[in-house]
Design a protein around this ligand. Structure first.
Ligand code: UDP
Length: 330
């Protein structure tokens, strides 16, 4: 089976590429390299440097590489940026996916696994989050992904055999366990890379965004899923998808960790002091977000293997220590 990985030069997509190669699938990558890295694509894997909105180029790639299924990671994913540049997010994430679907439609590619997000739920009234809870995003990023879920549903309803899965990610973290690829974002705002950049001495200190939340230790709680577990779930879901099916799953470990727990774990893993200041709350941060991850376990027998946050941070640290400048000029 041949899989086109959109955004395959990015953080999560590049881990998916390796998982697919290890599973014996044929793989091609489509990435506009706006935030992806050429160095994240393994030698020998075709890289089509194109934007999703170039429908004819995407169509050609589907045909040339005899694609059976698309894993669709390519997207912009900064919440703050989506607030200041909503049109860029709707154009890239939502219209980009419509263009991809047009290309798939024209080429008869009938299967798609889509990177959705827990940001589609907005601020749920209770935890953990179950897939059936109302979806009401609180920022354009979340809306741009929820609109895609809607587009996929309508398109699948209208066509007999198109099948898709929308996977709603919680906080994706960690790196390939062999340290070969990892996270390299500019700007970097995610907590684990921020902590590790402080450990490396690249940033003098980190700031805790609020310690007066109604959570056990006052800091925000999130569900951190290891990137290798996450991409493993994609392969499991892809293999399970039957023509005409529409599946929606949360991808998390089903447990929350606080900012304070992460700081302690990062100090232990790195052996560095990691100075941390208390700062004000960051706008738009819900106090607690964690998944109920039962649905995918019950239906497909998949659950995250790595649930120890130290283990997740260890893999990320391996990458950061070996590649303090990320992919650099690679
Ligand atoms: N956070 C923090 N300091 C930082 C970065 C993040 O205290 O420098 C907190 C943030 O408020 C949130 C959690 O860490 O509660 C995870 O934030 P991140 O940006 O990694 O992911 P998000 O949950 O926003 O997608």
């Amino acid at each position: 089976m041949n899989v086109l990985v959109t955004g395959g030069a990015g953080y999560i997509g590049s881990h998916a590429v390796r998982r697919l190669l290890a599973g014996g699938y044929g793989v091609a990558v489509l990435d506009n390299l706006y935030r992806g890295h050429r160095g994240a694509v393994p030698d020998g894997v075709p890289l089509i440097e194109a934007d999703l909105r170039q429908t004819d180029v995407v169509e050609q790639a589907l045909a040339e590489h005899k694609i059976d299924c698309v894993m669709h990671f390519a997207a912009l994913a900064y919440v703050g940026e989506s607030v200041t540049e909503p049109l860029t997010y709707y154009d890239n994430n939502t219209a980009g996916t419509v263009s991809l679907l047009r290309a798939m439609d024209a080429q008869g590619v009938r299967r798609l696994v889509f990177s959705s997000t827990c940001a589609t739920y907005g601020e749920p009234e209770s935890m953990p989050i179950v897939e059936t809870m109302p979806q009401s995003p609180i920022n354009p990023y979340g809306w741009s992904k929820l609109f895609v879920e809607r587009v996929l549903t309508d398109y699948a309803d209208a066509s007999k055999d198109f099948a898709f899965a929308a996977l709603r990610y919680f906080n994706v973290a960690g790196s390939a366990s062999d340290g070969s690829i990892g996270e390299d974002h500019e700007p970097e705002t995610h907590i684990i890379p921020v902590l590790l950049n402080v450990a490396l001495g690249k940033v003098p200190k980190m700031t805790v965004f609020g310690d007066d939340y109604a959570t056990p230790d006052g800091t925000c709680v999130r569900d951190y899923i290891h990137v290798e577990d996450l991409v493993d779930a994609h392969a499991v879901v892809m293999d399970a998808l039957k023509p005409g099916e529409q599946r929606f799953y949360n991808l998390g470990i089903g447990q929350g960790r606080s900012v304070k727990e992460l700081i302690d774990a990062a100090r232990e893993v790195t052996g560095h002091a990691i100075p941390a200041d208390k700062g004000p709350r960051r706008a738009g941060d819900p106090p607690m977000l964690y998944a109920n991850a039962d649905k995918i376990r019950n239906e497909l027998g998949w659950s995250a293997k790595i649930t120890d946050i130290k283990q997740t941070i260890e893999t990320a640290w391996r990458w950061f220590e070996a590649n303090p400048d990320g992919y650099g000029a690679k």
